[in-house]
Design a protein around this ligand. Sequence first.
Ligand SMILES: NC(=O)c1ccc[n+]([C@@H]2O[C@H](COP(=O)([O-])OP(=O)(O)OC[C@H]3O[C@@H](n4cnc5c(N)ncnc54)[C@H](O)[C@@H]3O)[C@@H](O)[C@H]2O)c1
Length: 342
Amino acid sequence: MNTYRVGFIGCGGIARAHAMGYRGANNANIEFVAGSDLNPDGEKAQRLASEYGITLYGSHQEMLENEKLDLISICTWPKAHSEATLAAAEYGARGIMCEKPMAVNLEEADQMIAACEASGSVLAIGHAHRFSPQAEMARSLIQKGEIGTVSLIWGHCSLDLMNNGTHVVDLVNYLNGDVEASWVMGQIDRQKNVSGRGNHPDMVVEDMALGRVGYKNGVVGLIELGERAHQAYQFHVVGSDGIIDVNATDGPALKVLSAYRQRGWYAPELQEVFSFQSELEELVEAVEGKKEHRSSARRGRAALEIIIGIFESSARRSVIEFPVDVQDFPLERMIAEGMLSQ
Ligand SMILES: NC(=O)c1ccc[n+]([C@@H]2O[C@H](COP(=O)([O-])OP(=O)(O)OC[C@H]3O[C@@H](n4cnc5c(N)ncnc54)[C@H](O)[C@@H]3O)[C@@H](O)[C@H]2O)c1
């Protein structure tokens, strides 16, 4: 087993989940080395430092100059994801796990991919739900034809597109075999002057969002987010011969109705996993050239492209064809132009 020296940019809540994931990794010797944070004296950074024995810095440039790091977790608020990834790539990190959303616009996402290709760094995005056993099993059953030909994948959750929504869109992509989208139509609503919800204090957010995504295999994705959406982080896959429910609120994490098996609803057996551990073990495997990361930068960008497409469709009141040729964050533009509440 190889030894990897680990550092963090952003030392808040999710950095701790990454640290637990690294600590559990079964395929690497992990040395916790350093972390940088806007507020290194804050309670969250201090807690991470005391639990994992890392040196804290107030600037990631200073940390990267002083420490030898192999793997870097980027756990800042969204607007810093891109700049921190570029710095980690330029410094020559072998593996970078950047939290979701990958970036706040497609231009930044493309810069991140280009920088990591140039430096030979593996870049993965923290869409950890891809590693949940129910999602993994659902995808495998779909691919085996358990519910026939899939026509619709409906995903819904609370909060906004860039926060919980990026997980919802990414998981619809995952359940659909990561087939590319070809068009999207969307609508958003913003009546309140809202920014700074939870762990995205640097972003403006919509109150509600709805997206209909057409995939190249004919499947339709239906994305519902926000106050009046069904609040559970949940997915319903409709096929010609059955239905799969992921994260059913009224039962097991995975429920399947399969005409093909001529049986009523059943709940496949699932193994417990800690998805943050799985995504970081896979980062090690990707760095060692054993496989592409399940949540690669390319796939993170695919989720972001759909989200940007939903916003842009709402701005233009029309279907948006792929590739989405929009370089800014349309929600900010719509607010600045007076289309939506300040
Ligand atoms: N994968 C998941 O399931 C999941 C869950 C929660 C949060 N997240 C994501 O993780 C990111 C952070 O969320 P969190 O819950 O840890 O938030 P948090 O507020 O607990 O921690 C963020 C930390 O980053 C620091 N920070 C912010 N901008 C910085 C910058 N430019 N340079 C250095 N430090 C900076 C803050 O001071 C803070 O300590 C968000 O993008 C969020 O969407 C992902």
